[in-house]
Design a protein around this ligand. Structure first.
Ligand SMILES: Nc1ncnc2c1ncn2[C@@H]1O[C@H](COP(=O)(O)OP(=O)(O)OP(=O)(O)O)[C@@H](O)[C@H]1O
Ligand SMILES: [Mg+2]
Length: 325
């Protein structure tokens, strides 16, 4: 076992896909180490390569080139060893058999994982209770709501008591309370037995709350790596404002040096502009210019930098498109 000190270590992982005559470079050389016990977040726009990366680490896909170890095992040679110590849960996944009920379905997976039946059923019932699915234990999988199915999938991912858990957008589509419940569960769960979680998400607040460190992947490459506070610090020299304005011309280009329009979002007949200023003194110039175009200021807020601001700064565009365009 090489590199056993890390939960995950990758060296220059590349992955290409063939689509008709085109070659897609989904990963262009990812080198990363994730420590044991770490809660690690992966951010990036749609198509950035996040899922491809998790699939390689979970041995569902081979890299085209490069090397990766999970729990010290080589993804290209030791797939079986890796599968025993990991699990992968994807937000929108459809795994499971619709005709089985929730408890039967989870039990079936526990048998795939080779868990003795009595231990498995105890675990299943414990988690059904914890995730508020007890009343659905006998409901057919095909009759579950999206959120219930997702919770069931998360339980599936916990059944083999993995050392390293890969979560691909685990809270997508969940109601606020369920998402919050899952986040708080994960924060407790990771503390037991030095477990490791690598999570992808498009929810910046979730990434901020959970991740000890974060990587941003863009176009198949890591473009930034650090703690959430380091990310937020990246933008602390500048000033962010949120302006609610009325009568903002759709085609208006704000052309003032040192003023950057990050996003515009229509709301109740107004437009919310997120603005980055190199210095505060540019604000009066901006307001004068808006005024010239007949745009009226309704509300002005100074915003502390958020992870979302940092993300937008680095990637140039939000992963959740708030531009309204
Ligand atoms: N099986 C496949 N065949 C062809 N192309 C693929 C395949 N899987 C992924 N890709 C391509 O690889 C790139 C990365 O996709 P990936 O699913 O890893 O992105 P992602 O970061 O997970 O995006 P999202 O946020 O939308 O889930 C995309 O261009 C995608 O079209
Ligand atoms: Mg994905």
């Amino acid at each position: 076992m090489e590199n056993n000190n890390y939960a995950v270590k990758t060296i220059d992982i590349k992955r290409t896909f063939k689509k008709s005559s085109n070659l897609i470079n989904a990963l262009k050389g990812i080198s990363l180490t994730v420590n044991r016990g770490e809660f690690f977040g992966v951010l990036g726009r749609n198509g950035a390569g996040k899922t491809t990366f998790l699939k390689i680490l979970s041995t569902l896909l081979y890299p085209t080139s490069g090397q990766a170890w999970v729990g010290g095992w080589d993804v290209q040679k030791d797939g079986q060893n890796i599968r025993e110590i990991i699990n992968l849960v994807s937000g929108g996944e459809e795994s499971g058999y619709g005709i089985l009920n929730v408890r039967e379905n989870l039990w079936m997976f526990s048998q795939f994982y080779g868990i003795p039946s009595s231990i498995a059923l105890k675990r299943i019932d414990k988690y059904l209770e914890m995730f508020g699915l007890k009343d659905q234990a006998k409901t057919r999988v095909s009759a579950l709501s999206t959120g219930m199915r997702q919770k069931m999938n998360l339980i599936r991912g916990l059944l083999n008591n993995p050392e390293i858990l890969f979560l691909d957008e685990p809270t997508v589509g969940l109601d606020v309370e369920s998402a919050r419940h899952i986040r708080s569960f994960l924060k407790d769960w990771i503390k037991e037995n030095d477990r490791t979680i690598i999570l992808t998400t498009h929810y910046m607040l979730e990434a901020d709350e959970l991740s000890e460190r974060l990587a941003i992947i863009e176009g198949g490459e890591i473009i930034a790596l650090g703690t959430p506070s380091e990310f937020k610090g990246l933008s602390q020299t500048e000033n962010f404002y949120e302006l609610t304005v009325n009568n903002f011309p759709e085609s208006l280009d704000i052309n003032i040096e040192g003023v950057q329009l990050i996003s515009k979002l229509p709301q109740n007949g107004n437009t919310i502009l997120k603005i980055r200023l190199k210095e505060d003194s540019l604000l009066s110039e901006l307001l004068a210019s808006l005024n010239q175009h007949g745009t009226k200021l309704e509300l002005l807020k100074k915003k502390e930098p958020t992870l979302e601001d940092a993300f937008v700064n680095l990637v140039g565009k939000s992963s959740i498109d708030v531009s309204g365009a």
